[in-house]
Design a protein around this ligand. Structure first.
Ligand code: CA
Length: 696
């Protein structure tokens, strides 16, 4: 009976299509995305309608046609070349047979999800100079869908609604002060017709907030600030009045930070929106708040009422944040058996190195355990989850070596939770970093404003000892959140390994920074399949089913700060020259074009470089103003040039024209003339010449 109905419906559609020529009409019709459709995301695994797969952000799919028995037969179904080689961090959405995804510079693409054929593209024409305000590349993590629109947040702070069918702009609002150094890289979420979007800029001196807009009109409905402003201006909410009691000095002059640059989740029964809040601005707690007070709501998970944006509860992971320990990392909602009963939990592995399990109705701490080595804290209070902080790790009078690093034990890479294994899968980084007071700190209009230096005096010996056994290492970690312990891990040669997807077929998918898209068994971590992707698939992989065929999709494009990896860069790392959407199916036969050339780079001829600047000064200034994009120790494997190979370092005048005068501003390299002191540009050049000369 079902079959007969199906056949007859198909027959009628075929008749309409062929006889009446209504194909265009039939295929253009798409049901609106509404609350029910997102709530049913788990039951309808054929599509991927919201960023994290469902409101719980679990990134798990019930699809099992591709499984641990046949995944080795996976092949490329299609690929879609991107028009930029910058970092790619998007999670695509698949709705009614169309894939919607974003690329660097906040561009949006719509393609046929079966074939990859482009339907439309949208370029918001972000001014390339905005690159100077992006801490960590000009990335974007994806769109949200509601009604018949998709929504994108742009690097320059706009929120734009686009018609799903055509890519035409429906409305556009500026969500940030264009004079401030705000950026947007995160994907919006949509709850009850409200588009919720945060922003970034915690390294640049901004004040964080999250805003809800009416999906139909773009009208602002509510805004929740995450850190207090100047009390004499009055408080926006009782929560801000309360938060202000935990700050000292004149923090508002520095922005305060607390940006909501990535993670959100929603519980429809509790009607709570959860936002992950970022680090302090500046990082330096002594400058920001005289080294006192908890500085709410930095580094916290905050629960808000979806209707009003009113504060409900918070949990602060790192009071008095001093190390760029954001709590903006992916949050997952699940119901777990803990202590003999089902608990409604929210889980996060923030940068600070602890894995947290909280009651998501109340914010009550259930458990926490370090998932990577942690040296800034000796442990968590078993009742409250508050960390006991190692005083020397605060680098007040002497620099400190600390683990995790500013890149975190885990960065933005989406995790996955499988209800079949009860495991959470995390892309982790183990490494240590030096933190020191920046004695010359002042708020600058260019470069970072962290108040932290990474070199200088000898670090406190106890802090050095505390990280002595931490060797740089990056892994896929399977974590048991019920028992707070490691289940298994796969260690990779490079840092910056990608987002994770698990499926009911007992398969886990993850791209790696060495340029492969990989499949493992979700229960044991056994490697099943690996595809040479010519670039690093970093974004969140997804799966969907069309015409009975299951597809796996992931975006490739090395970039973003976390792709750098403290001590984990290397000459042999894959180059970021092949940004693409890659889509796989069983028996897929598509092939990537062969790689051209050897790809080997040449150090410029330095015999006439005449670099007489102070190399030590150059190293310090480079760390402060350049390393954020061009890489730790001037090693870059991303699309941002590795300056050791740049011909400009051999020519004083050319180098000055770029670095001081902004000769390449149209390519995103803004001039730093306003912030460099006389001689500093030449000192940077001397440092780069020395770094280039050190290459064998
Ligand atoms: Ca940060």
């Amino acid at each position: 009976m079902m079959t007969a109905q199906f056949v007859s419906a198909r027959f009628i559609r075929l008749l309409l299509t062929t006889v009446l020529g209504l194909h265009a009409l039939a295929s253009a019709h798409a049901a609106d995305v509404d609350a029910k459709r997102i709530l049913n995301a788990d039951k309808n695994a054929a599509e991927w309608v919201t960023h994290g797969g469902n409101y719980a952000e679990q990134r798990f799919s019930q699809l099992r046609k591709i499984n641990d028995k046949n995944v080795q037969d996976l092949g490329l179904a299609w690929y879609f070349d991107l028009d930029t080689n910058r970092g790619q961090e998007a999670t695509p959405l698949i709705i009614d047979g169309t894939m919607y995804f974003t690329s660097a510079w906040s561009k949006v693409f719509a393609a046929d999800a079966r074939t990859g054929k482009e339907k439309w593209r949208f370029d918001p024409q972000v001014d390339f100079k905005k690159n100077g305000d992006a801490c960590c590349d000009v990335v974007n993590r994806g769109v949200a869908a509601w009604g018949s629109n998709v929504y994108v947040g742009t690097l320059d702070g706009r929120l734009i609604a686009l018609e799903m069918a055509t890519g035409k702009v429906v409305w556009s609002v500026q969500t940030t002060d264009p004079k401030g150094r705000y950026t947007i890289t995160g994907a919006p979420r949509i709850v009850k017709g409200k588009v919720i979007i945060g922003n970034g800029g915690g390294e640049l001196g901004v004040r964080g907030y999250v805003t809800a807009y009416d999906a139909a009109s773009g009208k602002q409905l509510w805004r929740f600030y995450t850190v207090p402003g100047n009390p004499t201006d009055g408080f926006e909410s009782p929560a801000m009045e309360r938060a202000a009691k935990t700050w000292l000095g004149e923090w508002w002059q520095y922005g305060g930070g607390g940006t909501v640059w990535d993670s959100m989740a929603y519980d429809p029964e509790l009607d709570l929106v959860y936002v992950g809040v970022g680090n302090g601005s500046p990082w330096n707690y002594q400058i920001r708040s005289q080294g006192q007070g908890d500085n709410l709501f930095l580094s916290s998970i905050v629960a808000l009422k979806a209707e009003t944006g009113d504060y409900v509860w918070h949990f602060q992971t790192t009071p008095g944040e001093s190390w760029d320990y954001t709590a903006t990392q992916h949050m997952i909602l699940a119901d777990l058996p803990i202590g003999g009963k089902q608990r409604k939990v929210i889980m996060q592995a923030p940068k600070n190195g602890y894995f947290y399990v909280l009651d998501r109705a109340t914010g009550q701490f259930i458990s926490g355990k370090n998932y990577v080595p942690v040296s800034w804290s000796t442990g968590l209070d078993p009742k409250t989850g508050r960390p006991s902080i190692v005083p020397e790790a605060l680098y007040v009078n002497q620099p400190a070596m600390v683990t995790p690093t500013p890149l975190g034990g885990h960065n933005w890479f989406p995790m996955s939770y499988s209800p079949l294994t009860n495991l959470v899968y995390v892309s982790i980084l183990e490494s240590a970093s030096r933190y020191a007071q920046d004695k010359n700190f002042q708020m600058r209009s260019q470069g970072w404003n962290t108040g932290v230096g990474f070199s200088g005096d000898t670090p406190h010996p106890d802090t050095v000892k505390a990280v002595a056994n931490v060797k740089p290492s990056a892994s896929l970690l399977a974590w048991d959140p019920i028992n707070q312990r490691e289940a298994w891990r796969v260690t990779y040669p490079r840092a910056g390994n990608g987002g994770i997807l698990t499926t009911a077929g007992n398969v886990l998918f993850q791209g790696s920074a060495d340029g492969f898209f990989n499949a493992y068994t979700a229960d044991t971590g056994k490697k099943l399949w690996s595809f040479p992707a010519q670039d690093a698939p970093m974004g969140g992989p997804v799966t969907y089913e069309l015409d009975g065929e299951q597809y796996i999709a992931g975006i490739a494009g090395l970039g973003g700060a976390a792709a750098g990896g403290m001590g984990m860069r290397g000459e042999k790392q894959v180059r970021a020259d092949h940004g693409r959407m890659l889509v796989f199916k069983l028996g897929g036969k598509a092939e990537l074009p062969a790689l051209g050339g050897s790809g080997a780079r040449q150090v410029p001829n330095l015999s006439r470089a005449n670099a007489n600047g102070d190399v030590t000064v150059g190293a310090t200034v480079f760390e402060r103003s350049c390393a954020g994009c061009h890489g730790d120790q001037a090693i870059s494997n991303t699309a941002v040039p590795d300056l050791r190979y740049s011909r400009s370092i051999a020519d004083e005048a050319e180098f000055k024209s770029i670095v001081v005068d902004g000769a390449r501003a149209s390519k995103g390299m803004v001039g730093f003339g306003a912030v460099l002191k006389p001689g500093e540009a030449e000192a940077i050049r001397a440092y780069l010449v020395a770094r280039a000369a050190a290459i064998k």
